[in-house]
Design a protein around this ligand. Sequence first.
Ligand code: DGJ
Length: 747
Amino acid sequence: MTPPSAPPTIDVSAGSPLATIAHPGSAVRHLRAAGVSIVLDCDGPRLPRVVHWGADLGDLDAATLQAIVRADVQAVVSNVPDRPITPSVLAEHATGWMGLPGLIGHRGGADWSTLFVVRSVATRVDLDGTQRVTVQAVDEAARLELGLVLELLRSGVLRMKATVTGSADADPDRPYTLDGLTLSLPVPRRAAELLDFTGRHLRERHPQRRAFDVGSWVRDNRRGRTGSDATVLLAAGTPGFGFGHGEVWAVHTAWSGNHRTVAERTPNGHALLAGGELLLPGEVALGPGDSYTSPWIYGSYGTGLDAVAGRFHRFLRDRPGHPATPRPVILNTWESVYFDMDLPTLLDLADHAAAVGVERYVLDDGWFVGRRDDHAGLGDWQVDPDVWPRGLHPLVDRVTSLGMQFGLWVEPEMINPDSHVARAHPDWILATGGRLPVESRHQQVLDLANPDAFDHILGSLDALLREYRISYLKWDHNRDLIDAGHRADGRPAVHEQTLAVYRLMDELRRRHPRLEIESCSSGGGRIDLEVLQRTDRVWASDCIDALERQTIQRYTGLLLPPELIGAHIGTDRAHTTGRRHNLSFRAGTALFGHMGIEANLARLSATERAEIADWVALHKRLRPLLHGGRVVRFDDVDPSLLVHGVIADDRSEAVISVAAVATADSAPTGRLVLPGLDPDALYDLALLPPGDMIQDEDGHRPQGNNHRLPPWLTTGIRLTGAVLGHAGVQWPELLPEQLLLLHARRV
Ligand code: DGJ
């Protein structure tokens, strides 16, 4: 076969006028959407290369596009290959690229360095505005085929994935062992600072920054789940970039199993952000005709992190399955009763829940056979007759007759050795090396790639969903996958397990189309854009302490819009930290997510229940704004404060939270600037009850010290968006862990 020098196949379908692909007939594609441009060099015969990913370049003709490509060709300097190095989206060592190769694999030590030749390029615009470039390529020597898909979505989010296939005529006795596939995007030299995230149980998604120097910053995950330490985004930006300023390029690896996200800068002037699945040894071997498809690697560009996040929010809100109904306020039984389940208590809790305005009641862990604590029962998904002689019916009936939805906790991928299913099917437990993996929370992992185990779990969950009016599953996953092999032969199983979990969720949703699923994994350990294709909410953290939640929700919100982030009001003393917070701080923090309550309401005073009811009512009143508007986080505030808010798309209204997370350095704390409003419009700005009002008749704060408030705060003030955005308003000193809400309403 002689490879064509310019790929031949072009197919352009008419689509939304919002999106265009400039000059699809030329070898350079220009994709534009929502302020983002991608210039893709598809000139062949090498794999396509992103020449520009960033700000919109405007309407460019074919000659200019060719010139952009030419302008990007490096000089050949001393002691480098004689041809310029131009890494493609799947960077190949054979082209002279000496960083992380996009494809790593071999056939018994041979065929380890590929050089694909492009066979065709297809370009298409979908009716929803998605612009897609599809590339087919082949490496005849290595007997491999490659398919690449790059999409620019109407949100301006871009995503890429690749499929590698063993050629039909490859030697069946020499399968291609795939060790890794990463796709990369270039960022410019001025993206000199990196931001990524780490965390642990109870403290997910905390930021860390560093200079983007020469070398690799590699975030590997071998937990078999997304991980509470996973970097929700890996961002590179101009030094000092913040929420509202600086250019930022960020990638996200959308995979709920082992994965790798990398920032790499070479001494030859290249800087890339890359991501892919992290494959275990021998996990994928491609015989003739076998294929492997990578996860989607997402990229979002913008001025400031809020713009990057805003694109992801729009992308998620554009999903056909994005929740269309107001997000029901939840009561979750976990921190209310833990394993101490008895029907009268739970019925009483349902009555109290309905009375404060709860709309969905979720029965957490502890309802199934043998599950009196966390040592036993996982895998036996039948209602425990000892605790529930009439099944869950009395509770489900009460909950639904009170007008609430009923939700149920499950952990389908897990199995306790002390369970009927483990005793009957020890071969269903993931293991390798002829031993069982070290236990974690006294549990092991069920091999869902085993068709019998899969059918058993699917059948058990399906039976529950058929018997009871369950609208919602809280789908938990409480341990890392260690030594996770198929027990029969010990082969690594994480890749297949991850796909099987997706299949299980998909099949349950197919059978029960109105079912909603929450992705929980010891709190926020499974939050990624692939699980979000089949789930409707995430549990951001097991830590409900509002002080910790301020940070956890702030950064979870870089990927997810507020309506997908579970945020609950806990008891005054946080169970996981022992800190005490007043209701304003707790509820004002939960207000901005998908709100819930996780406290035994029966044990609270009537006054506190009434106050909680006020907060629930406020959340419901603000819900269209909170769950539909644009999220903003403010950069230039006193370091003791975390300020964030939501602004209506038409800028008619905004609600802003000002939370003191420490004692201020200066008192008063100076001017608070509220950017993002319509500069020409007048706004009434005032405190929003029932948040702490910090005022009495004299304008003194009632709690403790008696510093005066700035005069405007006692009465509210009318100012233009420009004044609020540039001059701001004086801000008092708050008590540590005090939260105020502000409401701005266009006059
Ligand atoms: C971990 C979850 O994050 C909690 O909310 C709770 O559901 C427990 N598991 C139950 O075991």
